[in-house]
Design a protein around this ligand. Structure first.
Ligand SMILES: C[S@@+](CC[C@H](N)C(=O)[O-])C[C@H]1O[C@@H](n2cnc3c(N)ncnc32)[C@H](O)[C@@H]1O
Length: 234
């Protein structure tokens, strides 16, 4: 998935992945998985304009989302009626990024408009928790680009030992449909993340029986929620 694929989806408004409400996984599992908010900073990779970030902020978290598209970043703040300030990569630096920093009611939310594979660690800053919905499943596994593997490596680098997170994925027979979203079931989640995170399946939902699910040309479609914990001594 090249950057231009996603940029054109945002330009053309082909954003079927965006949910008009908060992901049910958050009220169901977030607090039990990560504990009290206490202002802890949550990393939301490939965040789009997800309302899940508003929910996390409302619980008392600081939030840092990473997203390629300026359209998504602008829409996120505008649609909440929230103000923001911007700063940019210093002139002449090799890597380009723009930070959209919420002010007033949105204080504590930052969106880094950047390629997640190129954003400097110091711009992301220290993160304590992870929330991934439709991020790892947005990227293909393997190939020369190894995008999904590289994202998993970045997440493991950024999160300290003991850090908790929630991962929301879809799973279906990959041979029956092309991604994105790409399939990640329990075995694939374990293979990808198991070396660096403890991966615990919390929920499996049969989505073929849900409205819209049967439009997919697949004979199995499941939504999974996993609890993650970064391995290593906390
Ligand atoms: C499937 S969408 C999921 C968005 C969001 N997590 C949600 O639940 O609505 C994937 C998002 O990742 C962004 N994206 C894709 N590749 C990226 C990259 N290399 N760096 C940062 N963002 C990227 C896309 O623009 C898109 O908004």
């Amino acid at each position: 998935m090249k950057a231009e694929f996603w940029q054109s989806r945002w330009r053309e408004g082909v954003i079927g992945f965006h949910q008009s409400d908060v992901s049910p996984a958050l009220p169901a599992f977030w607090q039990a998985t990560v504990g009290a908010a206490d202002g802890r900073r949550v990393l939301v990779p490939l965040c789009g304009k997800s309302l899940d970030m508003r929910w996390l902020h409302a619980q008392g978290h600081r939030v840092v989302g990473i997203e390629l598209s300026a359209i998504a970043c602008e829409a996120f703040f505008r649609e909440q009626g929230w103000a923001y300030e911007q700063d940019h990569a210093p002139a002449g630096s090799e890597l380009s990024w723009t930070r959209w920093r919420g002010v007033g009611a949105a204080q504590g939310i930052e969106l880094l408009q950047a390629d997640i594979f190129a954003v400097p660690d110091e711009v992301v800053g220290a993160v304590e928790l992870l929330y991934d919905r439709a991020s790892l499943i947005a990227l293909p596994l393997g190939g020369e680009a190894r995008m999904r593997e590289r994202l998993a490596e970045r997440l493991a680098d950024w999160l300290p030992a003991g850090a908790a997170g929630l991962l929301v994925t879809l799973d279906y027979p990959q041979a029956q449909r092309n991604g994105p979203p790409f399939a990640i079931g329990p075995a694939a989640a374990e293979a990808l993340l198991g070396p660096t995170f403890e991966v615990r399946l919390l929920q499996t939902v049969d989505m073929l029986s849900e409205e819209g699910g049967s439009r997919w040309p697949v004979d199995r479609l499941e939504g999974h929620v996993f609890a993650l914990r970064r391995r290593g001594a906390a």
